[in-house]
Design a protein around this ligand. Structure first.
Ligand code: NOJ
Length: 722
């Protein structure tokens, strides 16, 4: 019956509601076609083409460009029986061709509006060439900088991570998925992937239910519930004994039943097949059954659903309703994207938007905002542009590749402005710019040190650009050391020994244990991987055209031995102190090198006049916290005002401080502004002894400051029973 030709089927009728179109189409599909929708492949080859003609592919990733996407889409739409369009996915992580700072850098802006704009630009460029779906944002909380994927997320804090997650999803998806400038978002990797033991990628994760709910789940909830993300990616990792891609509790009970998620879940790359390596499935068929019944709707590159699901259904081992539900979710997103109505891309759009001036300006703005001034002894920075001479030294000083960072999508080296180029563009025509590479990022060669020292000696100031190469963070890029790789620290020492004042610029995808530099080098800038406008952004900051206002979204440890170290830790029964029998190290301070939220400015801000109104609230009420902040220096600048709370006595142990609000505000010299936060019960809730969210009456301590450790104002309020 359902194989009959119908010239004007309901599913093709734009005026019909999405659910009706989905149901109509589903009723026409064979089991093979249904399963086809649940299969995704990377790239396009003859084997894929044959499957596609039979209606047995739902999606491709890594098929890019107007010509390719249109060509492959044409086969789906015109040569398969039902003409169901493909959804093309791609890792558009921090830009498509206009590359922005890596996500950790974006988080350092503490500016969700700017981050949202970056995502919307990435979406616009990607969509203009036929991409419909980005595998982003990565919203995994990471408390272990050995884990290379820390570069792809917003750092260690669930609150900041949630704000960024929502901003990124909203930026990618825009107001309406059917708009041609938007792509559907895919928060990943669900869930707790960042909790990998030892910081080793793909490794086992074992976290308590409380930590899962309080730390790892909130950014996903923000992305899905507040941001409206259309898809979610299930992770590779084993979570408390049940792999995340076979975890019905997280994928169905929490995601769908608790949060009401109606989109679809795609597995990470072959995560369904890897259920066999995890040892919870003995055969591909068992793996497919585990994954689909847990709630994984699409199999990324595993070919497991393709090969096993129809037989499982025929044998009654997986119900057809389970398959129908998965297909429904996938089709729903395809309809919402408008793919049935508008499957092809016109070639003109890309030329108008890709790398256009507006996008390059935004990339510069985001890069400037993401830079964190870690140290500035004696106000060495900013430098004057009319110096007689300046040395630019280091393996990253003129590197076109590293600033792109990991997952730079279609970013092109040729579009990257290096620090050397940025400095040259900024200094006066009389300033001599001397350059020496000094050494490689990795390796032991010190032959370049002599030249570096000579150039530094001949200059008034030396900028030394050191850090990691782009492959040292991102996927499968865990490190057991957080030190500067190779002989870069020796290079910094060599340059410093010349007596020329040194500005150290770091480019890296994770916090680095730069204890030696922090002690000896007068000025240090954390630039992360700033994207294609790297050099201009760094130069703007170095020469004071832009006053840095970024803050760390993650703690910098003194050495890797302190890991995991994060600001929102528990107090313990024996809080660390100089006393022996407290929670400390014998051979190392327990404090971080640079704390969460840290970042200096070329101006200073004075905090005053904390008001908490009213002085108490009901458990389901709200309270207003306001304060005055004044720029008491003589330069315009941004301050990120940070609000931390502590539940002083509760039925379960609570962190010593938790970020619950922040605002990045721009101040003219001498300008004073009132900053206001509203705290509601949602900000006070925690997972109680019965593992349910609860707000308990009692005293809450208020801490407001310029970093998690630079607390300027404190107060408290009471929470009363309702
Ligand atoms: C594997 C990575 O873990 C994931 O983040 C990415 O989106 C997919 N590969 C697709 O490239």
């Amino acid at each position: 019956m359902h194989r009959q030709k119908d010239v004007n089927p309901v599913y093709r009728d734009l005026s019909q509601p999405v659910e009706k179109r989905v149901d109509d189409l589903l009723a026409r599909m064979t089991i093979e076609e249904k399963i086809g929708q649940m299969c995704q492949y990377s790239g396009f080859n003859e084997k894929h083409e044959a499957l596609l003609r039979k209606g047995r592919v739902g999606s491709f990733l890594n098929v890019t460009g107007v010509e390719n996407t249109n060509k492959v889409q044409k086969i789906a739409v015109e040569q398969s029986r039902l003409g169901i369009p493909l959804i093309f996915g791609l890792d558009v992580i921090h830009g498509y061709k206009t590359i922005f700072p890596i996500p950790l850098g974006l988080a350092s802006t503490w500016d969700p509006d700017a981050v949202k704009k970056a995502a919307s630009i990435a979406a616009k460029e990607a969509a203009s060439e036929g991409t419909h779906w980005t595998f982003a944002p990565m919203v995994d909380i990471a408390r272990d900088p050995r884990w290379g994927r820390i570069a792809e997320g917003a750092g260690e804090d669930p609150y900041l991570g949630s704000v960024m997650a929502k901003a990124l999803v909203e930026g990618f998806q825009g107001a309406n998925l059917s708009h041609l400038d938007t792509v559907v978002a895919c928060p990943k990797h669900y869930v707790a992937y960042g909790g990998a033991e030892g910081g080793r990628d793909y490794n086992t994760v074992d976290v308590s239910e409380r930590v899962l709910r309080e730390v790892y789940l909130p950014p996903f909830k923000a992305a899905v519930v507040d941001g409206g993300a259309g898809t979610v990616m299930s992770a590779f990792n084993d979570l408390n004994g049940i792999p995340a891609s076979a975890n019905r509790y997280t994928l169905t009970n929490i995601l769908r039943e608790e949060w009401g998620f109606e989109g679809f879940v795609v597995s990470d790359w072959n995560a369904v097949g890897e259920l066999m390596s995890h040892g919870i499935a003995g055969t591909p068929a068992e793996a497919a059954k585990e994954a689909v019944e847990a709630g994984v709707d699409m199999d990324m590159c595993g070919d497991i659903y393709q090969k096993t699901l129809d037989q499982l259904v025929r044998e009654g081992k997986v119900s057809e309703e389970t398959v129908d539900e998965a297909v429904r979710r996938i089709l729903r997103i395809k309809f919402k994207l408008g793919l049935f109505d508008n499957p092809f891309i016109s070639p003109e759009r890309a030329g108008e938007v890709i790398l256009c001036k507006e996008h390059l300006d935004a990339a510069l703005e985001l890069a400037r905002k993401s830079i964190v001034l870690l140290k500035n002894e004696g106000n060495l920075l900013p430098l004057k542009t009319n110096l007689d001479s300046i040395a630019v030294i280091g393996p990253l000083a003129d590197d076109h590749e590293a600033p792109l960072g990991p997952w730079a999508c279609l970013g092109d080296l040729e579009n990257v402005v290096t620090v050397l180029e940025g400095v040259k563009a900024k200094v006066s025509s009389n300033t001599k710019v001397l350059y020496a590479k000094g050494c490689e990022i990795e390796g032991t060669g010190t032959e370049g040190f002599e030249e570096a020292a000579e150039k530094a000696k001949a200059a008034e100031v030396a900028i030394v650009v050191v850090g990691e190469n782009r492959d040292m963070s991102g996927e499968a890029a865990s490190r057991s050391s957080l030190d500067l790789p190779g002989v870069q620290e020796e290079l910094v020492k060599t340059v410093l020994d010349t007596g020329t004042p040194v500005v150290e610029v770091l480019m890296n995808g994770r916090p680095l244990s730069i204890s030696w530099s922090a002690e000896h080098v007068p000025a240090i800038l954390e630039a992360w991987f700033p994207g294609i406008q790297a050099g201009y952004a760094v130069a703007d900051v170095v020469f004071g055209e832009y006053n840095p206002g970024g803050k760390l979204p993650v703690t910098f440890p003194r050495t890797v031995g302190q890991v995991p170290i994060y600001y929102n830790h528990k107090n313990t029964g024996r809080p660390p102190s100089s006393e022996r029998f407290t929670s400390r190290y014998l051979d190392l301070p327990y404090t971080p090198l640079f704390p969460f939220g840290h970042g200096l400015s070329y101006t200073q801000f004075e905090y005053s006049n904390l008001r908490i109104e009213p002085a108490s609230m009901k458990v389901d009420g709200a309270i207003k916290i306001s304060l005055d902040v004044k720029n008491v220096g003589d330069r315009k600048g941004d301050e990120v005002v940070q609000l931390y709370l502590r539940d002083v006595v509760a039925s379960v142990t609570r962190p010593v401080q938790e970020l619950k609000g922040f605002k990045r505000v721009t101040f003219e010299p001498g300008e004073k502004k009132t900053v206001t936060f509203t705290v509601s019960s949602r900000d006070l809730a925690f997972v109680g002894r019965d593992l349910k969210w609860i707000v308990e009456p009692g005293t809450f301590k208020v801490m407001i400051g310029s970093s998690s450790q630079d607390i300027r104002l404190t107060g408290s309020f009471e929470v009363e029973p309702s």
